[in-house]
Design a binder for this molecule. Structure first.
Ligand SMILES: Nc1ncnc2c1ncn2[C@@H]1O[C@H](COP(=O)(O)OP(=O)(O)OP(=O)(O)O)[C@@H](O)[C@H]1O
Length: 337
């Protein structure tokens, strides 16, 4: 799709380990348009972070991308970049903190402890923009104010440890956004925050999307947060996208048994006494990837003789709503008739 800001196709990521080559992500494809928020959801270990980091080539030295994997960054007015083909460190700098910024669950990870928050913001602007030192300082203070940090000029000269958790999160967002990235990757950015601050940070991110027209890849294990935040959602399990669609489609009419399981595990506001039903069993280790559909070992609707044998392709259920599940393949539907 040519109007996508970032286009990921058949992304397969493996890691060399002492136990051998493990597959963390397999044949993952998605697009994100400018101004769009895509939620990537799934349990711990499903490959969300590894997928996100690949967009900036931040996975470790032991990473192997399969040759057919493609990540295309298509900034309007610029030549499209094949991210996985970049070889020089210099080319990577244009992406990291330039076209793409990332914020993490633990904001301390983004700040060097012995350098003031303001200095770090200025340094990043000097690398990625043509601003002068004085202009970079002015913009940094303005961004701190923009994310709701009181007394931004005083805070500018403080260290990250002098900030409260919520304020540090805001400062990290201010730093990530000051270079006006085209894509913000937010990896569980609200998980460590209490609910009120979490809601504020989500509102702030939505405001900034509207103001700057940037796109966001929002990673979380919580479908409830996705419902409040994203336009579209991709549900990931053991390295594969099992369902994708608009938030409305996926949350109102979840099709994949895994998506339904994630929704059943959420507390229902209209029936707080209802029992939560977590998905039984644990996510298998990537060293023991199940054959066929990767979810078949935990699936309440697994079709013996089918699901363990073949990887399901995608079935289109509605405009932009796709599911990878044998329940929806022609053969199974015919068998059910
Ligand atoms: N450098 C690495 N070497 C070997 N295995 C790795 C490496 N990085 C990640 N993995 C493995 O890849 C799999 C996917 O990890 P990833 O962190 O992407 O999951 P996640 O869905 O983001 O989970 P979480 O919510 O816990 O961050 C995990 O099994 C993890 O152990």
């Amino acid at each position: 799709m040519s109007d996508a800001l970032i286009s990921v196709r058949d992304l397969t990521i493996r890691f060399r380990t002492d136990e051998g080559l493990i597959t963390a992500v397999e044949k993952v494809s998605f697009d994100i348009a400018p101004g769009e928020i895509l939620g990537l959801v799934g349990e711990s270990g499903s490959g969300k972070s590894v997928t996100a980091k690949s967009l900036m080539r931040l996975n470790g030295e032991n990473t192997v991308y399969d040759p057919e994997s493609r990540i295309t960054l298509n900034v309007p007015g610029e030549t499209p970049l094949e991210v996985l083909s970049l070889r020089r460190e210099r080319d990577m700098i244009a992406i990291r903190g330039g076209a793409i910024s990332m914020i993490f669950q633990e904001p301390m990870a983004s700040f060097a402890p012995a350098i003031t928050v303001g200095r770090q913001m200025v340094e990043q602007l000097l690398i990625h923009t043509s601003l002068t030192e004085a202009e970079a300082r002015e913009l940094s203070i303005e961004m701190l104010a923009r994310v709701g940090i009181p007394e931004p000029a005083r805070r500018f000269d403080q260290y990250a440890f002098e900030f409260s958790g919520g304020m540090r999160q805001r400062a990290m967002i201010a730093m990530a956004l000051s270079t006006r990235p085209r894509l913000l990757i937010a990896d569980e950015p609200t998980t460590a925050l209490d609910v009120t601050i979490q809601a504020q940070v989500i509102d702030l991110m939505k405001d900034l999307v509207a103001e700057f027209g940037m796109a966001i890849l929002f990673i979380t294990h919580d479908l409830g947060v996705i419902a409040q935040t994203a336009d579209r959602v991709a549900v990931m399990y053991l390295g594969r996208i099992v369902e994708t669609g608009s938030v409305r489609q996926v949350i109102r009419a979840p099709a994949h048994p895994y998506t339904r399981g994630l929704l059943d595990a959420l507390p229902k506001l209209d029936d707080l006494d209802a029992e939560l039903t977590p998905i039984p069993g644990d996510i298998p280790s990537p060293l023991n990837r199940p054959s066929g559909c990767v979810f078949h070992t935990r699936c309440p609707q697994m079709i013996a003789g089918v699901c363990e044998g073949r990887v399901p392709g995608y079935t289109r259920l509605g405009d932009g709503h796709d599911v990878a599940c044998h329940l929806y393949t022609e053969q199974a539907m015919e068998a059910a008739r």
